[in-house]
Design a protein around this ligand. Structure first.
Ligand SMILES: NC(=O)c1ccc[n+]([C@@H]2O[C@H](COP(=O)([O-])OP(=O)(O)OC[C@H]3O[C@@H](n4cnc5c(N)ncnc54)[C@H](OP(=O)(O)O)[C@@H]3O)[C@@H](O)[C@H]2O)c1
Length: 259
């Protein structure tokens, strides 16, 4: 595989943590495939990164919450003879509210994007990495994956899936030298809360900057992979929560997330 045909693919690259991954990887002189729905944002970012870092940056406008989207991405990559040696499964959405009041279509899109697209892209892009005995995946999960999150129950459950899936396949892929990072940010200053209808709210420990989250993910990749909580405070809280009854944790979270 030549340097020219090797690319990193980032889902949800048009804003927040995904955009920070794109910028950080361009600084490392990586060619990029940038995936999201916002065509204009992707095109502007791709043009900026390819010009300032002399890398190839390809915008790919796809709604990953639509069924069959991952296969269409895979087909486009094959047609353009692009080989992916780093997959950053970052795109994700949430929704706030009592689960029976959140429209079923929104819940289905959370599951389709956060789970289905992530599994399908991994399944389609990993086999060549296994064959080459080289490659990596960064799965962006969440601290929400370790606990119930009332009023965001489907989101937290989707991230519990991501952490379980990602730490599981890490062991399956280890013998083939394919690295897996399971990145679990806490509250981060992005558009996530606005687009999920959470409204303005305060969180313990405030907000992390998305650049720091992406940096923690890439540092973990440099170390060979693993499960990463990007903020020290979250490492302490998640450790303590292991020893508390799950119901207490759910009650505490309900107080924070109640609409
Ligand atoms: N912010 C936090 O506090 C926080 C904490 C823990 C984990 N996370 C996780 O971090 C990841 C990134 O989120 P963020 O915080 O950076 O939020 P963000 O700024 O809202 O970014 C979300 C990205 O996903 C893309 N996206 C949304 N729906 C999509 C779809 N149907 N198809 C393709 N792309 C789609 C968005 O682009 P388009 O709208 O252009 O499609 C955007 O680029 C998510 O997996 C989230 O669960 C965030």
């Amino acid at each position: 595989m030549s340097e020219k045909t090797r690319y990193a693919l980032i889902t949800g690259a048009s804003s927040g943590i995904g955009e920070c991954f794109a910028r950080a990887l361009a600084r490392r002189r990586r060619n990029l495939v940038l995936v999201a729905r916002s065509a204009e944002k992707l095109q502007t970012l791709a043009a900026e990164l390819s010009q300032s870092h002399q890398v190839a940056a390809i915008p790919l406008v796809v709604d990953l919450a639509e069924s069959g989207a991952a296969s269409r991405v895979h087909e486009t990559l094959k047609q353009q003879q692009i080989e992916i040696d780093l997959l950053v499964n970052n795109a994700g959405i949430g929704a706030q509210g009592e689960f029976w009041n959140v429209p079923l279509d929104r819940q289905a899109r959370i599951i389709q994007l956060n789970i289905q697209a992530l599994v399908e892209l991994s399944a389609l892009l990993v086999p060549p990495m296994v064959q080459r005995r080289e490659g990596a995946i960064i799965n962006v999960s969440s601290t929400a994956s370790f606990q119930p999150l009332p009023y965001s129950s489907v989101y937290a459950a989707s991230k519990a899936f991501v952490t379980g899936f990602s730490t599981g396949i890490a062991e399956e892929l280890r013998p083939y030298k394919v690295k897996v990072v399971t990145l679990c940010p806490g509250t981060t200053r992005t558009q996530f809360f606005d687009s999920g209808g959470y409204g303005p709210r305060r969180f313990r420990g405030g907000y992390q900057e998305p650049e720091k989250v992406a940096q923690a993910g890439l540092q973990a990749l440099d170390r060979g992979g693993g499960l990463v909580l990007s903020r020290p405070l979250d490492r302490c809280l998640i450790f303590i929560e292991r020893f508390l009854p799950r119901r207490w944790i759910a009650q505490g979270a309900a107080g924070l997330f109640k609409p």
